[in-house]
Design a protein around this ligand. Structure first.
Ligand code: ZN
Length: 184
């Protein structure tokens, strides 16, 4: 396994529309190793999620890990002390908002280090995707999990969370976020 280098804002690969993965490719050794590397890279940087363009691969793949340390952990599925962190692999995801109502969360991004921004996104989404075995899956997500999914899948379309912000007074450096904006 290997820690992959993270592309930072300004790198054009973050602004490209990523290509779908060929289903025949999913079970190959190289692709499975790439998935492992993505998970390892996400953990190394303590990210909640990572999209392939962020590690210089312009393909429609994202990994997300449910972790206890997040203040919005109650929104995570399968989140209780008895269960280990759950890793999701999303290949060629399609996302559909299920509500016009929005939730606002402070987002951060490994490709936009040192900053946080408040973003409003639909509060409930349905997604269809292939998992790491190429199996067709579907899930419905709400709350913070729905936001993470939308953030990660935006990367596959060349979008960053700052593009989704409507109030730039809610863009903050990490230290100022913690000082002025961190929810109690
Ligand atoms: Zn991101």
């Amino acid at each position: 396994m290997a820690i992959l280098k993270i592309a930072q804002m300004g790198n054009p690969i973050l602004r490209a529309v990523a290509k779908p993965v060929q289903e025949s490719e999913i079970k190959t050794k190289d692709f499975q190793k790439f998935l492992q590397d993505m998970v390892e890279t996400m953990r190394e940087h303590e990210g909640l999620g990572l999209a392939a363009p962020q590690v210089h691969h312009s393909i429609r793949v994202s990994v997300i890990e449910m972790r206890k340390s997040n203040p919005d952990e109650q929104d995570y599925p399968n989140n209780n002390d008895k269960e280990p962190p759950k890793i999701y692999v999303f290949i060629n995801p399609e996302i559909k908002p299920l509500t016009k109502e929005t939730n606002s969360y402070w987002e951060g991004c490994l490709s936009v280090p040192g900053l946080r921004g408040l973003v409003s996104r639909p509060g409930k989404v349905n997604i269809k995707y292939l998992d790491e075995n190429g199996k067709k899956c579907e899930l419905t997500a709400e709350g913070f999990f729905a936001t993470i999914l939308q953030h990660e899948f935006d990367h596959l379309d060349g979008k960053l969370y700052i593009d989704r912000m409507t109030d730039m007074t809610k863009l903050a450096f990490d230290a100022e976020f913690e000082k002025y904006w961190l929810p109690d």
